[in-house]
Write a protein that binds this ligand. Structure first.
Ligand code: IPM
Ligand code: MN
Length: 372
C-alpha cells in the first residue's frame, strides 16, 4: 500500500480545530483511495515556546525534513510579542525547507457567495505564485535612536536572480498547462532595482515558453483589477510581500479568508513542502468551532496532489467546494455548522464519492508541475 509520512503542525488559535477537521477528511480519503499515512504530531507554537523558549530548533528541522509533507494549521498568539512566532516558526520553516514558492489559488467555486457583485466562477480562476524565501521578509533591517524623535529604521528587500528565476520558471510551467498567460506583478516604477531584476528574469525565462503570453501589472493596479476583472489573470508571479497582500484580497473574492488554501513548495525533493490555510490563528474565535475548515481542507487537497494522490486530491476539492456551496442554506447565525461538523460533511462526501470533480481542477494541473 502507498504510504506517506506527514508531519502535522496544528499550531495556535483555530489552527488545531481546522487541522483536526482536515485530518478527518484525510482519513476518509485514505479509506476510499487506498493509501496510508504515518503522522507525526509537531507541537510547535505559542504553548511550546512559552514552556520551553524554543522556536524552530535545528533538531526539529532535521526531524521534519524526514517527512514527505507538512500539514500546517496556523501560528500566532497575543501571548507572544508580534513577529516572534511568525518569524521564528512559519518564516523559519519556509526558509529551512527551502520552500521556494508559495502557491495560492484564487478560485471561486460554484455557489459560494462572494462580496463582489456579479462575479462568476468562470471569471475567477487564477493562481498566485508568490516568491517565498526573499524580498523584505528576509532583510533583517536596522534601527538607530529607537524610541526618540530621531528614530530611524531601514528595512531593505533581498532579490536574488537564483530565487526569482526559480519562482518565475515555476510560474511559466504552471501557465503552460493552464490558460497560457503569465502576469508579473511588481512595482517597477518605484522599486527600480528589484523591479529591473524581476523584469529581466521574466524576459529571459519567458523565451523558454513561447506559447505563454506575458503581461505586467503594478501591484497597486492589481488591487483594482483583481476584484473588477479577475478573468484577466491566469498565473500571477510576484514578490513575497506583494504576494502576501494580493492573496488576502484574492481570498475575499473566493468567499473569505477561511476558504483560501496554500502550498509552500519545495521544488527539489530534498525537503518537505508545507500546506497551510491562508488565514491566521484568529485567537479571538479560537475554541468555539467558528472557523471555516475549507481553507485547511483545500490545503489538504493541494498536499494530496503534491504527494501524487491526484484522485484523492480532486475528490477532497470537490467535496469541500460542495460543502461551501451548501453553507448559505445552513447559515443562521455564523456558519450554521461548527468547524468539526463541516469537516465531517466534507469527509462524508469523500466517502460517498458521488460529487463530480470540479471542472478544470487545479489539482490535476499541479500534479503535472508540482511533484519534484
Ligand atoms: C501568510 C501570513 C504570514 C506571511 C505571516 C503570518 C508571517 O500572513 O502566510 O500569508 O506574511 O507570509
Ligand atoms: Mn498573509
Amino acid at each position: 500500500m502507498r504510504s506517506h509520512s506527514i508531519a502535522v503542525l496544528p499550531g495556535d488559535g483555530v489552527g488545531p480545530e481546522v487541522t483536526a477537521a482536515a485530518l478527518e477528511v484525510l482519513d476518509a480519503a485514505q479509506e476510499v483511495f487506498g493509501f496510508s499515512t504515518e503522522r507525526t504530531d509537531v507541537p510547535l507554537g505559542a504553548d511550546h515556546y512559552l514552556e520551553t523558549g524554543d522556536l524552530l530548533t535545528d533538531d526539529m528541522v532535521e526531524r521534519l525534513r524526514a517527512h514527505d509533507a507538512i500539514l500546517f494549521g496556523a501560528i500566532g498568539s497575543p501571548r507572544v510579542r508580534p513577529g516572534v512566532l511568525e518569524r521564528g516558526i512559519i518564516l523559519a520553516l519556509r526558509g529551512a525547507m527551502r520552500q521556494a514558492i508559495n502557491l495560492r489559488p484564487v478560485r471561486l467555486y460554484p455557489g459560494v457567495p462572494t462580496p463582489v457583485d456579479g462575479l462568476t466562477p468562470q471569471r475567477c480562476d487564477l493562481v498566485v505564485v508568490r516568491e517565498n524565501t526573499e524580498g523584505s521578509y528576509v532583510a533583517e533591517g536596522s534601527a538607530v535612536h529607537r524610541g526618540t524623535p530621531a528614530w530611524t529604521a531601514v528595512q531593505e528587500s533581498v532579490n536574488t536572480w537564483y530565487a526569482v528565476e526559480r519562482a518565475v520558471d515555476f510560474a511559466y510551467r504552471l501557465a503552460s498547462v493552464r490558460r497560457k498567460r503569465l502576469t508579473l506583478c511588481h512595482k517597477t516604477n518605484v522599486l527600480v532595482e528589484a523591479g529591473a531584476l524581476w523584469s529581466a528574469v521574466v524576459e529571459e525565462v519567458g523565451q523558454r515558453y513561447p506559447d505563454v503570453e506575458t503581461d505586467y501589472v503594478h501591484v497597486d493596479a492589481m488591487c483594482m483589477h483583481l476584484p473588477v476583472s479577475p478573468e484577466r489573470f491566469d498565473v500571477v508571479v510576484t514578490d513575497n510581500l506583494f504576494g502576501d497582500i494580493v492573496t488576502d484580497l484574492g481570498a475575499v473574492l473566493q468567499g473569505g479568508l477561511g476558504v483560501a488554501a496554500s502550498g509552500n513548495l519545495h521544488l527539489g525533493g530534498e525537503a518537505p513542502s508545507m500546506f497551510e490555510p491562508v488565514h491566521g490563528s484568529a485567537p479571538d474565535i479560537a475554541g468555539r468551532g467558528w472557523a471555516n475548515p475549507a481553507g485547511a481542507c483545500l490545503s489538504l487537497a493541494l498536499m494530496l496532489g503534491h504527494l501524487g494522490e491526484g484522485e484523492a486530491a480532486a475528490s477532497v476539492e470537490a467535496a469541500t467546494a460542495r460543502v461551501l456551496a451548501d453553507l448559505p442554506a445552513l447559515a443562521g447565525e455564523g456558519m450554521g455548522a461548527s468547524t468539526a461538523e463541516l469537516g465531517q460533511r466534507v469527509a462524508a462526501l469523500v466517502r460517498d464519492g458521488s460529487t463530480p470533480a470540479v471542472e478544470g481542477s487545479l489539482m490535476s494541473q499541479l500534479a503535472r508541475v508540482m511533484s519534484p
